[in-house]
Design a protein around this ligand. Sequence first.
Ligand code: BES
Ligand code: ZN
Length: 637
Amino acid sequence: MKNLFKLSSLALVVTLSACSPVEETNSITNNNTPSQIESATVTADSAIDVSKDYHSYANPEQVLVTHLNLDLTADFTAKKLVGSVQVDVKRQVENANELILDTRELNILSVTSNGNPVSFDLKPADENLGAALHINLPDDAEKLTINYETSPSASGAQWLTPAQTAGKKHPFLFTQAQAVHARSFIPLQDSPQVRVTYNATIRTPKELLAVMSASNDPDTERDGVYEFNMPQPIPSYLIALAIGDLQFKAMGERTGVYAEPSVLASAAAEFEDTESMLIATENKYGPYSWDRYDLLILPPSFPFGGMENPRLSFITPTVIAGDKSLVSLIAHELAHSWSGNTVTNATWRDLWLNEGFTTYLTYRIMEMIYGEDRYNMEAVLGYQDLQADIASLEPNDQILAIDLRGRNPDDVFSNIPYEKGALFLREIEHKIGRDNFDKFLLSYFERFSFKSITTDQFIAYLDETLLKEYADKLDKARIQQWIFEPGIPEGAPVPDSDAFVKVDSARAAWLAGESRANTIKTDDWTVHQWLYFLNNMPEQLHEKQLNELDKVFSLTASKNNEIAHSWLMIAVRNEYKPAYERLYEYLTSIGRNKLVKPLYRELSKTPDGKAFAKKAFEEAKPGYHPLTVHANEGYVN
Ligand code: BES
Ligand code: ZN
C-alpha cells in the first residue's frame, strides 16, 4: 500500500476537466490517443481522480502497449509457464523513454529489442499490486521482447494435479485474470483502460489441448502446439488460457462447449439453450461482436461461477444441475459480451458498469428464454441477496462507484455492483418504459463499443441522452443518489413473484405448527421456489423441525449445489449435525468461493464450528484456487 501512494504522488495525474467527459479519449485504447493532461499531484487522502487506475503501475499515458505476441510453454512438472511476450508499443508523448509494466511473482529473465538486450529494473513488490517493471525504451524500439517465467504460486493461474480433474488422468491449468491477476502470468499494462489485441503460441504436453479467450479451432490437430489470435482489442483482465484433456461438442451454429470427456455430454445438454440466448440478446442489444461463443467447463476448484473471457466463457461445473435450473450463469457470462467486453469499466471503481448492466441483461435474457415467472423469481432472489449485503456491509462498500484506493479489489467482492446496479437500471426502465430503455442500451453499446469508460462518462452520457429526452421522468439527483450513496434508494422497484406466494404461505403454516412438512405440496416446485423456501427460514429452527424438513425433503442429499448451499447454511446456523458429513464433503469438493465462503463465515462464529471449518479447509486447501484460499483463511485461523 505504501508503494501505491508513493507512486500516485509521483505520477502525472490525469483529470477529466481537460476534455469533454463523454469523449472516450480519456480511455486509452489502441484506436485513439489519450489526450490526458497532467495536473496537481494526488496524495493518499486527496479527492479521487476518477479516470486514474489506482490498481496498475503502468504508464499507458506515456507509452501504450497495443499488441501482445505470446510464446509460452506449459511446464506441468515445475508448474510454470515459460517463454516470452513481445509487446508492440506506441509512444503517447514525445521522447518517452520508459515503459512501465505490471508484474506479480514473475521471474524476468531478459528484455530485448531487435535482438539486443535492454536494461530494466524490477521494483519491490506491493502485496496487492505486485511489482512494477521499468524498462528503458530504446529510441527506435517499436517492439520489446520480455523473456520470463511464472511462479508456481501465481495468483492468476491454478495448476491442478490429475486427481483434481474429472478424468483423474491428466493435469489441468487454467488462468483467472480479473481483476488484477493477468500480471501474474504476463508482464503487461494490467489496467482495464488499456486494450490490446494478441497472438499466442502455446506449447503443451501432446495429449492436452490448449484453449484461450481468442479464436479456437475445435478441429485443431492435437500436437501440443496451438496458435491463437484475438483480433479485437480487449482489456488485460480478459486474457485467458486453459490446458487440459479437453474435448469439444457443438451446441449450435456459433456455440459449443469444451470440457473433459466425462463432463461433455451433460454440459452440452444443460447449456443447450446457449445459442437461443445468443440470438435473443443480439436481436435486442445489437450484433454479437466476437464471432463464436463457446463455453469451457472447468474443474470444481474454479473460484467463480463464471468468467466472461471473450469467445470462451469459463464456467464452474457446479451449475450442471441436470434441469437447467442454474443456467442464468450462462446468460450472465454471455451478456458480458456486450456489457463488459465491448463496453468496459475503465477502473475497478467502475466495476458496476460491467456487473450491474450484465445482471440487468441476465434477467432480461432469462425472461426472453424461460418466461416472466423465471424472471420474477430470479429477480426476487437477487434482491434478497442484495438486502443481505446492505445489512452487513459498511456504508462505503454499499456505493456503486466504490472508492478502492489502497484496497485489493478481490476483498471487496459483493452483490452491490451486481444487484444494486441492476436495480438502478430497472428503475430507469420502469420510469421511461421498457422499449425506450432497450433502445438506449442498444445505442449505449454502440456508442462505447471497444471503449473503456468511467462512471462519470456514463453519467455524462445519460446527461446527453435520457436526462434530456425524458426530463419529465428522470431526475439527476436521484441518479447521483443511486451511484454515489449507500443503501437502496427509497421507492426502488422491488421485484416480486406470484410463484413465491404459495411458498410463503407453506413456510408460514409449517412454522406456526399448522401443517406438517409432508402435507406441503411441493411436487411442482422449481429450484427457485426451494431456494426461496429455505433462504427465508428464521435464523433459528428446532432440531425437530430440521429433522422433519430433512426427512421429508432429503435436503442433505440434494444434488443441486445451490439448494445444498442454502440448506447447509441453515444446518450450520443451527448446528444440525446430521448434515455435517455432507457439509464436509461440500467444502472439500467445491472451490467456488460464492458457495463456500458464506459457510466458512458462518462456521467461524462458534469454536466448534471453527475447528470443523479448519479441518475441512486444511484438507481442501491444496485443491483450492489461491483466491479461495485468500478469501477464507481468515475464517479458520
Ligand atoms: N466477471 C465476473 C467475475 C469476477 C468479477 C471476477 C470481479 C473477478 C472480479 C463474472 O462475470 C461473474 O460475475 N461471475 C458471477 C456470476 C453470477 C453473478 C451469475 C460468479 O462467479 O458468481
Ligand atoms: Zn459478471
